[in-house]
Design a protein around this ligand. Structure first.
Ligand SMILES: Nc1ncnc2c1ncn2[C@@H]1O[C@H](COP(=O)(O)OP(=O)(O)OP(=O)(O)O)[C@@H](O)[C@H]1O
Ligand SMILES: Nc1nc2c(ncn2[C@@H]2O[C@H](COP(=O)(O)O)[C@@H](O)[C@H]2O)c(=O)[nH]1
Length: 184
């Protein structure tokens, strides 16, 4: 049977991963985006099973214990993780599967999926990252500062990833991403 591939998009919160992925899916509806599980509370407008599977801490810990997650990490006081079954199923069906996840989990994917292509998205600057986090208006001041602190640590390890691209001009970043995903 044909075997697909796993593409991992990572980078600091607010860099534009979700924005890039949404545009990619419009242009390439054949791509499959994995839906993560999280213990974070839903934001306004977020839909269960579409944006995330929203779980309580105990349900998430059961998934960890039962090895149901391909990777997971703690981020800003909550758990986030990739349910394993669907990803493996779609790759076996020959599809290109996208994960949009934070940096620790993205790094750990190389152990379970050594062939995954791990792409780190960089902001043009820390100032622009802060501006994007603020203009999104989804997080409290405390959450924004927490995410910015974490971003400084995350940016230090960007060179450990297979590819890096700067999301400055969205269209240029999208074209670079398409090049990385559809090469070979
Ligand atoms: N190239 C760009 N130029 C200017 N603004 C951008 C660009 N890409 C994304 N943005 C804006 O930056 C904000 C953050 O983007 P987005 O929510 O996609 O980030 P993210 O990396 O997915 O964050 P998180 O990891 O928290 O989900 C949004 O308001 C989005 O519209
Ligand atoms: N390691 C994982 N990180 C994930 C996963 N799903 C999302 N994320 C990342 O968490 C942060 C915060 O997300 P937010 O929705 O609260 O803004 C962000 O960087 C996401 O990319 C996952 O399954 N595993």
């Amino acid at each position: 049977m044909a075997s697909g591939k796993l593409i991992v998009l990572t980078g600091p919160s607010g860099v534009g991963k979700g924005t890039l992925v949404r545009s990619l899916l419009v242009r390439h509806p054949e791509l499959y985006l994995s839906v993560s599980a999280t213990t974070r509370s839903p934001r306004e407008g977020e839909i269960e099973g579409k944006d995330y599977y929203f779980l309580n801490k105990s349900a998430f810990e059961t998934m960890i214990e039962q090895n149901q997650l391909l990777e997971w990490a703690e981020y800003a006081g909550n758990y986030y993780g990739t349910p394993r079954t669907k990803v493996e199923e779609k790759i076996d069906q020959g599809l290109i599967v996208l994960l949009e996840i934070e940096v620790v989990g993205a790094n750990s994917i190389k152990d379970s999926f050594p062939d995954a292509l791990r792409i780190f998205i960089l902001p043009p600057s820390l100032e622009e990252l802060e501006h994007r986090l603020r203009s999104r208006k989804t997080d409290t001041e405390e959450a924004i500062l927490r995410r910015l602190e974490r971003a400084k640590e995350e940016l230090k390890v960007s060179e450990e990833f297979d590819q890096r691209l700067v999301n400055d001009d969205l269209e240029i970043a999208l074209q670079e991403l398409e090049g990385a995903i559809f090469s070979d």
